[in-house]
Design a protein around this ligand. Structure first.
Ligand SMILES: Nc1ncnc2c1ncn2[C@@H]1O[C@H](COP(=O)(O)OP(=O)(O)O)[C@@H](O)[C@H]1O
Ligand SMILES: [Mg+2]
Length: 256
């Protein structure tokens, strides 16, 4: 087995006295889409923020492409692409200008025809001269993903990337993730959608109350837990689904 591109070991994250992430460990390999699946407040964003270096964990280590994010933050950062919110882009610039701006920030030399090719990859050739606010949510997401991966990072991080997207846009984003995966990149996404986890993730970790409670392929998780009493209690349609396993493992109480 090769080394994972992302390795998280015994990660603990706290906000004051409240511990949001508890002893979380997992690895994401090249050529893999890994999903962090959990209900609201489970600790998904906190885990991702610690990986991105946006918040300092109480303890634990995060390694990206072999670089410890605390010891070699710049090297680690250079190997990760973090999807930004469309709202963080300069509203007065055109899409082509934003792409060129971020390319220069990342130190990537991107000529006009390369910008065109990038836009063609996401079926947005005609958007080059438009402002970000003139695009639909799905189109904004695609631009955002192109920008976050402009330096061809080994690891791509996405926090609930498809929330609020229509089915077509969601499919397109899934295809982009599969494109990265098929090119040997490691993709880590968070989601509370079982459908998404089942549709695109090669492996998932179910996280609840800050702890990983299961980690495997969606199929293996269903197989492993199909006879659990908690799962059998919540099965909806006779056939055990990932959602039944998820609800069985995390409980039926609605999270705020
Ligand atoms: N800045 C913060 N200050 C205090 N508590 C926070 C902060 N951010 C998140 N939390 C708490 O940490 C827990 C995990 O949050 P989060 O990682 O955002 O969960 P998720 O992304 O899975 O919905 C929640 O209980 C949330 O209320
Ligand atoms: Mg979140």
């Amino acid at each position: 087995m090769p080394d994972p591109i992302l390795e998280v070991k015994e990660l603990n994250v706290s906000y004051g006295a409240f511990q949001a992430v508890k002893d979380v460990s997992f690895g994401v390999y090249g050529g893999e889409i890994f999903g962090l699946l959990g209900p609201n407040g489970a600790g998904k964003t906190s885990t991702l923020s610690a990986v991105e270096g946006l918040l300092h964990p109480v303890s634990g280590t995060v390694t990206v492409a072999g670089f410890d994010t605390r010891e070699k933050p710049l090297h680690a950062r250079a190997n990760m692409g973090v999807q930004l919110q469309a709202t963080s882009f300069q509203p007065e610039l055109t899409i082509a200008e934003i792409i060129r701006l971020f390319a220069s920030i990342y130190g990537v030399d991107l000529q006009d025809d390369a910008v065109k090719r990038k836009l063609a990859e996401i079926s947005l050739e005609e958007a080059a001269g438009k402002k970000i606010s003139q695009l639909s949510g799905g189109q904004q997401q695609r631009v955002s993903l192109v920008i976050s991966t402009i330096h061809d990072p080994q690891l791509v991080l996405l926090d609930e990337p498809t929330t609020g997207l229509d089915p077509q846009s969601r499919r397109q984003l899934w295809e982009r993730m599969e494109h990265f995966r098929n090119n040997g990149h490691a993709v880590l996404l968070t989601t509370h959608s079982m459908e998404e986890a089942e549709a695109v993730c090669d492996r998932i970790a179910i996280i609840d109350h800050g702890r990983i409670i299961a980690i495997d392929t969606p199929e293996a998780l269903i197989e492993k837990h199909r006879h659990d009493p908690e799962v059998l209690k919540v099965v909806r349609k006779g056939k055990v689904t990932l959602e039944d396993v998820f609800i069985g493992l995390t409980g039926t109480a609605v999270r705020p």
